[in-house]
Design a protein around this ligand. Structure first.
Ligand code: NI
Length: 392
């Protein structure tokens, strides 16, 4: 079966490059993936899948029918959106849209999803069960997975697999991560209310800027002294607003930040932990305090049996030396975790680095991928899908 998958994928390779370059040249922002969705649905229909558009707003779902011997439904998820970044590569298929770029490889993911659908559709009658392909919008704003789930895409799904490009390892390699792959990412707003006064008479005022400074410093110190150092927490205040003039004590400061964590218990405890630290400081110095903690996306926790399945599939396809076990998670976030609340799943990393030149990171205006990775992604996923039916 693996040899057949490889044969089909190799024949499809030029077409897949063409698809990827078309998507790369026509990027669309989160929630506006209309052209991409229509294009994806067209490709799915042309290889005999039932394709439905406008699922999860601008998402697409493709259903591939197998023999129906195995009742389990397997989902494959790829994302389609681009970023508000002005591309600075010199590729002849660079973005044709000013200020929008596929700088996170979602063009590659969409192509790998389509390629996997194309390969498996040619094996269709030999597949024991059905496969549902999810082409998700709006991953970059961490909304699309939730939209797709709300439209019922996880109904009856037994397991889900996904892939993300990874420029830190070379094209031709696959990265496998057990356990936490990405962090939970939550949004934080803190409002500190003091009392205005003359800059020369601090004792008659409540200085919201000084209290905000205390709060920020205390939060960072409290991470080091009260959080388990083996369970990372990153708290970044990325925006601070307050004050009116150099000689007027500020009565109002607003802080905006992001909070990242990996461990489920830490994740659960963070809102109260932050509120307690900040509000105690405010109270001590007579200021008012409001902490608004908004949950973003949970941590992606890869299921160990499914991760092992993908690892074995990749090793069989490419050899052990091209499969890297990733020892560290990322504190970035990924809304793939929203699907994992409904079924176990795993996401692997697809190496896209060039061996012989500088590789720019994800979200960089000069980010490029070595396209030889596409077929690696397709064969790995297609083979993992086939192996899934033989694994209970
Ligand atoms: Ni991404």
């Amino acid at each position: 079966m693996l040899n057949r998958i490889k044969d089909i994928a190799e024949k499809l390779a030029p077409r897949l490059i063409e698809i990827r370059r078309h998507i790369h040249a026509h990027p669309e922002l989160s929630g506006q993936e209309y052209q991409t969705a229509a294009y994806v649905a067209g490709v799915l229909s042309s290889c005999g899948l039932h394709a439905q558009e406008a699922v999860g707003k601008t998402g697409v779902v493709g259903e591939l029918k197998g023999q129906g011997i195995d009742e389990r439904l397997l989902a494959i998820r790829t994302d389609m959106d681009a970023l508000p970044i002005a591309e600075r590569t010199s590729l002849d298929y660079a973005s044709r849209l000013p200020g929008i770029m596929h700088a996170c490889g979602h063009d590659v993911h969409t192509t790998v999803g389509l390629g996997t659908a194309m390969v498996l559709s040619q094996l269709g009658e030999t597949l024991p069960g059905n496969v549902r392909f999810l082409f998700q919008p709006a991953e970059e704003i961490a909304q699309g997975a939730g939209w797709m789930v709300a439209d019922g895409v996880m109904d009856n799904v037994s397991a889900i697999m996904s892939v993300h490009v990874f420029p830190s390892i070379p094209a031709g390699s696959v990265g496998i991560r057990y356990g936490a792959l990405t962090a939970a990412a939550d949004d934080l707003e803190i409002i500190i209310t003091g009392e205005s006064g003359h800059g020369a008479r601090p004792h008659e005022a409540v200085d919201a800027i000084w209290i905000a400074a205390q709060a920020i410093a205390s939060l960072q110190q409290a991470i080091s002294r009260t959080q388990n150092p083996l369970r990372p927490v990153v708290l970044t205040i990325g925006k601070i607003e307050g004050g009116r003039a150099p000689n007027v004590i500020a009565d109002h400061v607003r802080l905006l930040g992001t909070v990242r964590s990996l461990h489920p218990e830490t994740y659960a405890s963070l809102p109260q932990w932050i509120e307690q630290i900040v509000c105690n400081i405010c109270k001590t110095y007579g200021a008012g305090c409001e902490v608004n903690y908004r949950r973003g996306v949970p941590s992606v926790q890869n299921d160990s049996a499914l991760t092992q399945l993908v690892e074995t599939a990749a090793k069989e396809a490419w050899g052990s030396d091209r499969v890297q076990i990733l020892l560290e998670p990322s504190l970035g976030a990924e809304d793939f975790s929203m699907y994992l609340e409904h079924a176990p799943g795993t996401m692997f990393r697809l190496g896209v680095g060039y061996p012989d030149r500088k590789n720019y990171p994800l979200h960089h205006p000069q980010f490029e991928v070595d396209e030889s990775a596409i077929i690696i992604g397709v064969v790995t996923l297609a083979h993992a899908v086939c192996k899934y039916w033989h694994h209970r």
